[in-house]
Design a binder for this molecule. Structure first.
Ligand code: THU
Length: 141
């Protein structure tokens, strides 16, 4: 979906919509996320669990997979987008921060900001400064 000037509140709302699609029968901890891409696209993801627990996948990484498959014809070495922001929701009123594995995957695509919600409202964090400083990425190779 292409949008212009989407607000953080709208992104959190769309993450809530995605959370309603979570498949989380084991943890019973549904998570929803949306990516705002630099091309204006907003891509949702939800967590997807499995009876073989270790195969479960987080909402954020499923959103990244959706962004990749939806990014149109391009070379294999270039995703064709960067991530302006990711909005994540878990338990109501409690901030749901991305796990370490998701931080590394989001970092691959230049994620700039993480938006979560706590009991006082929306909070925005700078990705590379606050969530994953001193990181390893494509330009480290
Ligand atoms: N989970 C996410 O989808 N994203 C997060 O940021 C934290 C954890 C999922 C994984 C698992 O399905 C459930 O939440 C409990 O850990």
């Amino acid at each position: 979906m292409a949008t212009s000037a989407v607000t953080d509140a709208q992104l959190i709302q769309q993450a809530r919509n995605a959370q309603a699609r979570a498949y989380a029968p084991y943890s019973k901890f549904p998570v929803g996320s949306v990516l705002l891409l630099d091309n204006g696209h907003v891509v949702p993801g939800c967590n997807l669990e499995n009876a073989s627990y270790g195969l479960s996948m987080c909402a954020e990484r499923n959103a990244v997979a959706g962004a990749i498959v939806g990014s149109g014809p391009r070379g294999v070495a270039d995703a064709g987008f960067t991530i302006e922001a990711v909005a994540i929701v878990g338990k109501p009123g409690e901030p749901c921060f991305p796990c370490g594995a998701c931080r590394q995957v989001l970092r691959e695509f230049g994620c700039k900001r993480v938006i979560v919600e706590d009991e006082e409202g929306l909070r925005s964090f700078k990705f590379s400064e606050e969530l994953l400083p001193y990181s390893f990425g494509p330009e480290s190779l």
